[in-house]
Ligand binder design. Sequence first.
Ligand code: SAM
Length: 307
Amino acid sequence: MAKDRGVNWRFLLEWQTPTSAVLHVIKRVIYSGRTKYQEVDILDTYDFGLCLVLDGKIQSSSADEQVYHVALVHPAMLTHPKPSRVLIIGGGEGATLREVLKHNTVEKAVMVDLDDEVVQLCKKYLPEFHMNSFDDPRTEIIIEDGRRYVERLPDNSIDVAIIDVTDPLEGGPSYLLYTIEFYQLLAKKLGDGGVFVTQATSTYYSRNCFAAIYKTVASVFPVARTYHVFVPSYASEWGFVLGSKAADPLSLTSEEIERRMKERGVDNLKFYSPSIHHGIFALPSCLAQAFEAAKPVTDSSPVFMSA
Ligand code: SAM
């Protein structure tokens, strides 16, 4: 049982499954409220610093958001030979946008988020996450449902798409961005060499969800790869799924990655490097069963995280 440490604790209990949770003791509640779409908390915690929490799930923490956002963005951006038109869906805190803009090949970065209140709160309370990426002249912020926005896009109009929406929760706003129909739509909007990546939940706590997202991407894109990184504030290895219409991230040599990073002015990343690239794509064989059993996800049979 939790020992009484003689402090008047306030804490966030983040459920990972219906029967297990992680407890974060809170130093200070910076903001707590509900928008039209989700519960929003911005907390200062003892062990992970500032945290953005949506519907009870940590989205980012100042302690390790760079691990997550660098892992989410750079493998896909470097797999594309010359990403200039980039679409980000979700990514409310602006850290995904910050990482995309590091590539000097980028001429236009459109970030679409459903919830303007979340974006405004992050702008105000989490400047260290966005680092003024919202004000970059190449940035365009669209407040709309990401899938609806993609429906309106012309075909072949994007080089790289980064889907950084919240986990697929029952009744949540993002689960229809993890389906075959959405990926087929996105594939049409991507140019011939198009690459996309999505956050794909925990490879431990929601491994079936992770495996289902992989199977769904693999049923639409000729190249589909999974990778993972450990994100301490998520208390788990976090999964990503990359889909590509041509280039395979695994065919990139370390030398080529190095060359592309140098050429684009992408350097001193806190987490990713050419030697890390191939390592993160190596998944433990214990996931093979989940991959075997997984089925592609459709609008009529969506996948949900278990908690
Ligand atoms: N990095 C986080 C993670 O690992 O889950 C996610 C980043 S961000 C906080 C998630 C964003 O997705 C939120 O700002 C939320 O408003 C947005 N979002 C959820 N559903 C969406 C949808 N259907 N269209 C566009 N944005 C959506």
